[in-house]
Design a protein around this ligand. Structure first.
Ligand code: 1HN
Length: 366
């Protein structure tokens, strides 16, 4: 790939050079100028395509898996979402994985740990719970729960519950790309539930408050479950207090309350509210995002392609793709949950953001 720009590689092939390249190749070596323009793009070139996965298309297939495999045999009964250009690494976008997990009432999946960090966003059903290092958390629709890297975790649905479906999000493609992934099955299959049910949220989940005594010694966030009701309430209050962002609407990050930073070392998460008729300005930034529509109906334009979404649909925005979101209702708000790899991008000094064009800001949809 030659480029006629000063500072870029622009070497024409000659007979001598071609034979030189083949000599180098035999020695597992090569001339940088033959690949330099490709490996040093002018701006990020995401391999991932923007994709919308419609829940109404997937839901029946997810439920079908209940009859086809046991949770025991499958380990986890999950339908993963594949990016058409990233099939080799089971990534939904960039280095992020996502899937839909389903469990029957009375089922418990065995406890395990891995180096990948994981999260769940609850989509439907009654009676789901997750246990993380002995902390049992009950889960309802639109609750968000962490299973940080290295923590023992297992999921289940109470016998008197209903089939439950949730979205899993992991950085597993990243951890595998870094060749740093370990996995272990819990020696007893199940963990002891050593703490009061929901103690994490009861202790660390009150906004603006921290327990006056006690210490937290783990490296991960002491708040492991973020419930929907206070999240939605916080967004509505924030919406009353100001305009929010022209690019993101009324958006709040889920945080580790001890650090104020992202929920996990490698994964950040947010919830954003788009007011009735709101349409955000288009922008782009580095970092990959997986969204789930928590509420409402709308559309996103991602890299020039329009996707119409409704509650429970999942879609992705690849790194540096120009994107904007719109709420297509004139009376209801819309909420988008998202998780991303921004903590990694920022820790490596790779965050960049840029406004794109100008659509006049918060324009009503016409
Ligand atoms: C995992 O541990 C879970 O714990 C779900 O429920 C999905 C996908 C890849 C690797 C590990 C879980 C997963 C996963």
């Amino acid at each position: 790939m030659r480029e006629a720009v000063a500072g870029r590689a622009n070497v024409e092939d000659t007979k001598e050079l071609l034979s030189y390249y083949s000599d180098l190749e035999k020695l597992e070596a090569g001339a940088l100028w033959t690949v330099a323009n490709k490996i040093e793009p002018w701006f990020p070139q995401s391999v991932s395509a923007p994709v919308l996965w419609r829940y109404r298309d997937l839901r029946d297939h997810v439920l079908r898996s209940l009859d086809l495999v046991t949770a025991e045999k499958a380990g986890r009964r999950v339908i993963y979402l594949a990016n058409p250009h990233r099939r080799d690494v089971s990534a939904a976008v960039g280095w992020l994985y996502t899937g839909l997990q389903v469990m029957q009432p009375g089922e418990v999946a065995s406890s395990h740990q891995h180096s990948a960090s994981a999260l769940r966003f609850i989509m439907e059903g009654e009676g789901a719970y997750t246990v993380v290092d002995g902390h049992k958390m009950t889960l309802k629709e639109n609750d968000f729960v962490l299973t940080p890297n290295g923590s023992w975790h297992e999921h289940g649905v109470e016998a008197q519950g209903t089939p439950c479906i949730w979205q899993d999000g992991l950085d597993i493609p990243l951890v595998n790309a870094l060749e740093a992934n370990f996995f272990a099955v819990h020696p007893n299959g199940r963990q002891e539930m050593t703490y009061a049910v929901d103690d994490s949220t009861h202790t660390y989940g009150a906004p603006g408050l921290m327990p006056a005594s006690g210490t937290w010694s783990k490296s991960y966030s002491p708040l492991l479950k973020y419930e929907w009701a206070p999240t939605y309430d916080a967004l509505q209050r924030y919406a009353k207090a100001g305009e929010g962002s022209a690019f993101d609407g009324v958006m709040m990050n889920y945080i580790n309350p001890l650090t104020g930073g992202p929920v996990m070392q490698t994964i950040g998460a947010s919830m954003q509210l788009l007011r009735p008729g709101e349409r955000t300005k288009a922008h782009r930034h580095t970092g990959s995002f997986v969204y789930q529509v928590a509420k409402g109906k709308g559309y996103s334009i991602i890299a020039g392609k329009r996707f119409e979404w409704e509650a429970r649909d999942i879609f992705c925005v690849p790194s540096w793709a120009v994107h904007e979101h719109g709420n297509s209702s004139d009376s209801e708000d819309a909420c988008l949950f998202a998780f991303n790899d921004l903590p990694v991008i920022r820790a490596l000094g790779l965050y960049r953001e840029e406004a794109f064009g100008d659509n006049g800001g918060h324009q009503p949809v016409t």
